[in-house]
Design a protein around this ligand. Structure first.
Ligand SMILES: NC(=O)C1=CN([C@@H]2O[C@H](COP(=O)(O)OP(=O)(O)OC[C@H]3O[C@@H](n4cnc5c(N)ncnc54)[C@H](O)[C@@H]3O)[C@@H](O)[C@H]2O)C=CC1
Ligand SMILES: CCCCCC(=O)/C=C/C=C\C/C=C\C/C=C\CCCC(=O)O
Length: 262
C-alpha cells in the first residue's frame, strides 16, 4: 500500500513499538490516530509527534482496548476527525503471567475486536476503501516458552486468527489484507523494565533466570529493526497472509510462505 494520504489507527501508541510505528507512518505522509490506556504518556507522544508532523496529522485517543465501548469510540473519533481508516494496527499488548486473564483480554480479545471493527469500517459497502490490518504477535506466536505460557497462548492465537481471516475470499474481494508481525525480544519497556528490575516487572514472568539466558542467546532487537519490518509489510503491494518474524541474529524472515492449506 502507498502510505501517503492514508489514515491509520494504532493501539498502544503512547510508547514502544506503537509510538515508533506511528512516527514511521507520519514520516511517510499518513495521518495517525493512536490510542492508549496511558493518558499522560499518550499526551506526551501527541505533543512530540504534533511538533514534528503538525497538529492536524496526529490525534491521541484515551482508550482501554479491553473495554468494548472505548474501542468503538476510538473508531468513531478517528472517522469523525480523519473521515476514513486505511490501516489498522492492533499493537497494544501486555505481559502478565500472574494476571493471565487480563493478558487474554488485552492481547487476544481486544485484538479480535479491533480487527472486526476495522473490517467493518474498511468494507466498501460501508463506505470504506479496503485497507491493511497488521496484528502484532511475537516470536512467542510461533514457538513455545515455558516462562511465558499465557502470553505465548495469546500470541499463537493472534497468528491463527489473522492467518485464517486472510484466507477469506470475502475480505480479499473487499480489498482488505491482513498480516502478522512477529518480533523477537526488542528494547521497549516490556523487556527493559524486566532486565532493569523495575518494581513488579519480574513477577510478570516465570523463571526469570531462564528468560535472561534466552535473551542473551537470541539478542535484543532495536525498535528501529522492528519498525523497518512493520513498514515493509504495510508498503508491500500484497502482504495478505504474511507472517513476518524478526530477530536479532537472522533479521526479517517470512514464515509459512505457502500461505494457505489448499
Ligand atoms: N518488546 C518486545 O520484545 C516484544 C513486544 N511484542 C508485542 O509488541 C506490542 C507492543 O509492545 P511494546 O511496545 O514492546 O510494549 P510497551 O509496554 O512498551 O508498550 C505497550 C503499550 O500498550 C499500552 N497498553 C497496554 N494495555 C493497554 C490497553 N488495555 N489499552 C490500550 N493500550 C494499552 C501501554 O500503555 C503501552 O503504551 C505488544 O503486543 C507486545 O506483546 C512482541 C514481540 C516482542
Ligand atoms: C522467546 C519469547 C520471545 C518473546 C518476546 C516477546 O514477545 C516479549 C517479551 C517480553 C519480555 C521478555 C521477558 C523476559 C526476558 C527479559 C528479561 C529477563 C531478565 C530476568 C533477570 O533476572 O534479569
Amino acid at each position: 500500500m502507498k502510505v501517503l494520504g492514508k489514515v491509520a489507527v494504532i493501539t498502544g501508541g503512547a510508547r514502544g513499538f506503537g509510538k515508533a510505528f506511528s512516527e514511521a507512518l507520519l514520516k511517510r505522509g499518513a495521518k495517525v490516530c493512536f490510542a492508549d490506556i496511558d493518558v499522560s504518556g499518550g499526551q506526551q507522544s501527541q505533543r512530540e509527534l504534533a511538533a514534528k508532523f503538525g497538529e492536524t496529522s496526529v490525534h491521541f485517543v484515551k482508550c482501554d482496548v479491553a473495554k468494548e465501548e472505548e474501542f468503538r469510540d476510538l473508531f468513531r473519533e478517528c472517522l469523525s476527525k480523519f473521515k476514513k481508516i486505511n490501516i489498522m494496527v492492533n499493537n497494544a499488548g501486555i505481559l502478565d503471567e500472574a494476571g493471565w486473564e487480563k493478558c487474554i483480554d488485552v492481547n487476544m480479545t481486544a485484538m479480535m475486536r479491533g480487527t472486526y471493527l476495522a473490517l467493518e469500517k474498511m468494507n466498501p459497502e460501508n463506505g470504506g476503501e479496503g485497507g491493511t490490518i497488521i496484528n502484532v504477535s511475537s516470536f512467542a506466536g510461533l514457538y513455545p516458552a515455558h516462562f511465558l505460557p499465557a502470553y505465548v497462548a495469546t500470541k499463537h492465537g493472534i497468528l491463527g486468527f489473522t492467518r485464517s481471516l486472510a484466507m477469506d475470499p470475502l475480505y480479499q474481494s473487499q480489498g482488505i489484507q491482513l498480516a502478522t508481525l512477529c518480533p523477537a525480544f526488542a528494547s521497549t519497556n516490556m523487556v527493559t523494565d524486566i532486565i532493569q528490575g523495575e518494581a513488579g516487572s519480574r513477577q510478570k514472568i516465570l523463571y526469570p533466570d531462564v528468560a535472561i539466558k534466552i535473551t542473551e542467546n537470541m539478542g535484543i532487537c532495536s525498535v528501529a529493526d522492528i519498525t523497518d519490518g512493520f513498514i515493509e509489510l504495510v508498503e508491500k503491494e500484497n502482504c495478505n497472509g504474511d507472517v513476518l518474524l524478526i530477530d536479532k541474529k537472522n533479521g526479517k524472515q517470512y514464515q509459512f510462505v505457502n500461505k494457505t492449506t489448499s
